[in-house]
Design a binder for this molecule. Structure first.
Ligand code: RNT
Ligand code: ZN
Length: 423
């Protein structure tokens, strides 16, 4: 069965290669280009945003539904799950950590006192695999975030705690970047907001600005750490007002020369993240993506090859932004196998990039520049059914990553052998 599939994958690829050559696309070059794109896997799909530094209760307006068995219970189990997931995703990856995944070896270290050494196991693991690490302060799932405010809190003491946490996070990220030889993107997302209509929308934003300014006060080497701020439209319990809205952070990031993180689940349903990239990149120092999928109230469904993700990838490729925009994932689903969720989501992102790279960009641009909008639409429509699947399968096979749904066999075997033992 497998051998026969291998043969048909090879045969289908040969035909696909010819078809693409006819329209001026070199599939061999495309595969090489795709293999260079790095996708940052978010650590928190592995345990339903549980973390290691508290009981695992989730707040901050985030919710994970589903009770699929086999959830990782500690750092070692998480790392084993990432190892399997990464072996089944073609191309390069990094890991995106949260501060709540610290491992202080039996000690209790609060978030404002975290140091790089509390992440040494993560750094050793990443160094062995020669992958980079990204980082996020965790401004939720903590008693000091209980009333839904952190950096914009009215109380000076609570604000101070979170400022210190943000400073600690930046130093940890810088240590990761230094040790691993690749800058660590250090992202800030806070849940601050109101369930119901606020009277004063201004004061929390002013407090947030001064808190962020203080947090970012320490100059750190940008070759070790890249700061970003992440906006949101609403969360559960912050339906009426979010302090760190999109407009707020665009202004903040541009005026402070910080990076911006765009999470695809954090916008109005018809708002296009893809359309924003070429506008923002002209004025911003760095862009980080949280590729996600919004479904009604939830902003974090597993990424699939949706129109939105395809358009995003097309913009990255067409706008030649792949070296300036970092791609991270952000979703959490506890209703399916969690390792499979990583593989499905990361492969979808990678497939979207492949589809974008398989387009004859020069030809399309020439039509547009010549005013041939009819031709442009006809071509774009036809490209959708070109044999990209055959190139994808060949790409997976070459990268030593099981093609088709064959990767699922490995996940199922792991489920029986490893996940089943996690009661
Ligand atoms: C929350 C943000 C943020 C989180 C992680 C867990 O809405 O998207 O990125 O998903 O910090
Ligand atoms: Zn996000």
């Amino acid at each position: 069965m497998n051998k026969q599939t291998d043969q048909s994958i090879a045969a289908a690829y040969e035909l696909a290669r010819e078809r693409y050559a006819e329209i001026g696309v070199d599939t061999e070059q495309v595969m090489e280009r795709l293999a260079d794109v790095v996708i940052s896997l978010h650590c928190w799909q592995g345990d339903d945003v549980g973390g290691l530094d508290h009981g695992g209760d989730l707040d901050g307006g985030l919710a994970v539904t589903g009770n699929y068995p086999g959830k990782a219970r500690n750092g070692d189990e998480l790392r084993a799950d990432y190892d399997l997931a990464m072996s089944l995703i073609p191309g390069k990856q990094r890991l995106n950590l949260q501060a709540m995944y610290s491992e202080p070896d039996g000690k209790r270290v609060d978030r404002n006192a975290l140091e790089p050494e509390h992440f040494s196991r993560w750094m050793d693991w990443a160094a062995e695999r020669e992958i980079g690490l990204d980082f996020n302060g965790t401004f939720f799932s903590h008693p000091k975030a209980d009333d839904g405010f952190t950096l914009a809190h009215r109380d000076e003491g609570i604000r101070r705690f979170w400022i210190e946490h943000g400073m600690a996070s930046r130093r940890i990220a810088a240590a990761m970047g230094r040790r691993l030889g690749t800058p660590s993107w250090c992202n800030v997302w806070i849940p601050d907001g109101y369930k119901d209509l606020p009277v004063d929308r201004r004061a929390p934003r002013e407090r947030l600005t001064s808190a962020l300014d203080e947090m970012f006060g320490e100059a750190l080497d940008p070759s070790h750490v890249r700061d970003t701020v992440e906006s949101k439209l609403f969360g559960i319990g912050s339906e009426s007002y979010v302090v760190g809205s999109y407009d707020y952070y665009v202004g903040y990031a541009i005026s402070r020369r910080k990076g911006l993180c765009l999470d695809m689940g954090h916008y109005h349903p018809t708002e296009s993240i893809a359309d924003k990239l070429t506008a923002l990149i002209m004025y911003l120092d760095g862009l980080l993506l949280h590729v996600s999928r919004g479904v009604h109230w939830d902003s974090d469904h597993v990424v699939i090859l949706s129109d939105e993700v395809r358009m995003l990838a097309e913009e990255l490729v067409r706008g030649e932004m792949l070296d300036r925009v970092a791609i991270g994932l952000d979703f959490f689903d506890g209703s399916i196998n969690r390792v499979a969720a990583y593989v499905i989501g990361a492969r979808a992102m990678s497939k979207a990039l492949l589809l974008a790279m398989l387009q004859p960009l020069e030809k399309l641009r020439a039509m547009e520049h010549a005013g041939d909008l009819t031709g442009r639409l006809a071509w774009l429509e036809d490209l959708k059914t070109m044999p990209a699947g055959a190139v994808w399968d060949a790409y997976c096979a070459r990268r030593g990553s099981p093609p088709g749904t064959r990767w699922l066999d490995d996940v199922r075997a792991y489920e029986t052998k490893v996940l089943a033992a996690r009661a």
